[in-house]
Design a protein around this ligand. Sequence first.
Ligand code: CA2
Length: 151
Amino acid sequence: MVKPIYVLSGPNLNLLGVREPEIYGRDTLADVQTRVEARAKAHGLSVVFRQSNHEGQLIDWVQEAREAGCALVINPAGYGHTSVALLDALKTLAIPVVECHLSNPAAREDFRRTTYVSLAATGVVSGFGAASYELAVEAAAGLIGPATPQA
Ligand code: CA2
């Protein structure tokens, strides 16, 4: 059984497609999940797709991914700019970590230029709307190599 790619989304991303479409696009998080699952399936991989508005919940899922996941894709949303605790959890992972953002935080307000999560990320995909998630899963699939069943 090949371990899944964990795809985690942080606070307020449950509102995707509902509010601020000019910044974050019209795709809902359910649309993103469908696209991400299809992209993973093309590589013979599955996805655990979760969203939370709570920092501790995201940290619990990161810890779960240490044993249960083959890679982690995370859009930490606002917590990327604030959470040393989330960074500490990510630094415990031995699997690839791909940070993704719908927008390009570097092209927005100054406070979005500091992203703690990037310090633990293998790489970052930003600025492509919902496609950022698909590209991040594509990158994660490339980092883990061909899907081979594990004991
Ligand atoms: O561009 C991204 O994906 C962000 O991670 C989104 C975060 C923001 O704090 C980061 O700087 C960049 C905000 C997520 C808020 O999500 C919403 C979605 C729809 C409507 C309102 C908020």
